[in-house]
Write a protein that binds this ligand. Structure first.
Ligand SMILES: Cc1cc2nc3c(=O)[nH]c(=O)nc-3n(C[C@H](O)[C@H](O)[C@H](O)COP(=O)(O)OP(=O)(O)OC[C@H]3O[C@@H](n4cnc5c(N)ncnc54)[C@H](O)[C@@H]3O)c2cc1C
Length: 488
């Protein structure tokens, strides 16, 4: 979404002085990089980033590092959004996105810029049920995992899947939404859902655990043109933060002006460019606040509400991105529930629990239960979720019963638990999503001073969200200062 500052509107050219500043900054930066340029032009400029999930945090840090004064606007009472920072007793845990791939360069770059944090390996360990048998995929047991994958579907289906994986391996951009190859595939195939392109066995055994876990959606609710974002996650191996994301959130709160309990209700546009936001603090009336530029880093449906009155066409289109609910309950037991060999189990036996897994490689006495997919939704329309605590209690009881049966383990005693439910936990995109992206990007490019970031632009993974945040921050900085985007 390249944007140019309109002459005499967004930034005042300061003639020769400005030109000399740039030349000096260029040579003063090792390697001739443009990192310090933002600092010169951005001083005293106020920008707002709406949403403090990873899409907003990365955008905010980009802008802060470029020298802007950044307000981080968050309607909730804590930072971090769907990473779901919480506590299980005294222990910090993450109830949402927590597993960080070795290839998560943007996410790791964000953390690295904030401090140094302790990691623990998580690996990939996922087991699926086929005709009562537990088939395990484990990143440390390659041969056995490949054999198990072979047993998960017909050779023809596996060959189709391998072909897609080969494209992702060959070309980095194929890991994310809107890549050339998968956009073309989507334009040919997205008139039918993913489940139409593969046989039932592979769909139930392998594809469903992936879509339900990564999109909260069934295979008949997602599309082939976006499935690269799921497959890409299989090609990585994972770590998690020993002390959760909380220390990084605290570091961010020291770098930007974090405004909790503050809801963005609308954009202010004047002279054809964004000049501010309508903000409501603690449920009070919305008041206008001036900003030189704004990044909206909220899920598509929330972004739609914010832009609706000023940009109705964009607001309407953003509503096409679909979201599905999920609840997560983390329970600590008095003894290990999982074994070192089987640390997570995808359940597709008709119950509401889609996945149960040990919290960490060594934390096999702490189980994270995820309730997602059709059976994990309670709303009448099969979409929304009413998370009565009694309902979750009943679901956990059922899942415990199944787990002990499948793993042939004795039932452990609960010590502690914590839960969270999201009505819109995961983005499942839309059919022909690359067309959606093209239209959204064109609409945003026509409004100087506005950038968007979020899970519907590059993908739902923390890495994809971090990339979209970096991109939005760099573009806004570029527009406001006229310099090249700031490097990570
Ligand atoms: C249960 C679960 C497990 C997951 N596990 C993983 C994983 O292990 N690895 C991985 O890579 N990904 C995982 N994901 C995906 C990943 O966590 C999410 O896609 C990502 O966190 C989304 O970040 P975001 O910043 O785009 O949105 P959010 O985190 O939702 O941030 C948006 C923020 O905007 C705020 N907001 C909304 N509207 C407004 C408004 N009008 N004004 C002000 N603020 C507003 C919200 O309160 C929220 O804090 C998981 C997701 C879930 C739900």
């Amino acid at each position: 979404m390249p944007q140019q500052a309109p002459a005499g509107v967004a930034r005042e050219p300061r003639g020769e002085l400005n030109w000399l500043h740039r030349l000096f900054a260029f040579f003063a930066t090792p390697g001739g990089g443009l990192t310090v340029l933002g600092h010169i032009d951005s001083e005293g400029r106020r920008v707002a980033v709406v949403g403090s999930g990873i899409s907003g945090l990365t955008a905010a840090l980009r802008l802060e590092r470029a020298g802007f004064e950044v307000d981080l606007i968050e309607s909730g009472d804590v930072l971090g959004g769907r990473m779901g920072a919480a506590h299980l007793g005294d222990r910090p845990v993450m109830l949402g996105g927590k597993n960080i791939g070795h290839k998560y360069d943007a996410f790791r770059g964000f953390l690295g810029a904030l401090g140094s944090y302790e990691w623990q390996p998580f690996g990939i360990n996922a087991s699926m049920m086929k005709e009562g048998e537990v088939l395990t995929l484990d990143s440390t047991k390659r041969n056995r995992s490949i054999n198990n994958i072979r047993r998960m579907g017909a050779p023809r289906d596996l060959a189709k899947l391998l072909n897609l994986v080969a494209h992702i391996r060959l070309e980095e951009s194929n890991k994310f939404l809107g890549s050339t190859y998968f956009s073309k595939l989507g334009s040919r195939r997205d008139h039918q859902p993913l489940s139409a392109w593969f046989g039932r066995t592979l769909t139930n055994t392998l594809l469903r655990p992936m879509t339900v876990r990564m999109n909260g959606a069934e295979p008949d609710e997602v599309y082939l043109g976006n499935f690269n974002t799921n497959l890409a996650l299989l090609l990585d191996t994972y770590d998690q933060l020993t002390h959760s994301i909380q220390p990084a959130l605290d570091a961010m709160a020291n770098r930007v002006n974090a405004r909790l309990h503050t809801k963005a209700e609308g954009l202010v546009i004047s002279g054809g460019r964004v000049t501010g936001l309508k903000l409501s603090e603690k449920g009070g009336p919305a008041e206008e606040e001036s900003y030189d530029g704004v990044v909206i880093a909220t899920p598509a449906y929330a972004t739609a509400e914010i832009v609706a009155s000023e940009l109705p066409g964009l607001g309407k289109r953003l509503k096409d991105a679909r979201y599905f609910p999920s609840s997560v309950v983390v329970v600590e037991y008095d003894r290990p529930v999982f074994t070192p060999e089987v640390r997570a189990l995808a359940m597709h036996d008709g119950g509401p629990c889609s996945n149960a897994g040990s919290y960490g490689m060594e934390d096999r006495h702490i189980v994270r239960y995820t309730f997602s997919g059709r059976n994990g939704r309670t709303g009448k329309d099969g979409q929304s979720l009413t998370t009565a605590p009694e309902q979750l209690e009943e679901w956990v009881g059922e899942a415990e019963e199944r787990l002990t049966r499948y793993l042939s383990a004795s039932r452990a005693k609960r010590v502690n638990s914590v839960s969270r439910a999201w009505d819109a936990a995961y983005c499942a995109y839309s059919p022909f999503h690359s067309e959606f992206l093209t239209e959204v990007r064109a609409a945003v490019a026509s409004v100087p001073g506005l950038e968007l970031s979020g899970d519907y632009l590059w993908g739902v993974s923390l890495e994809a969200c971090a990339r979209s945040g970096n991109e939005a921050g760099a573009k806004l900085s570029h527009y406001l200062t006229g310099t090249s985007p700031v490097r990570a």
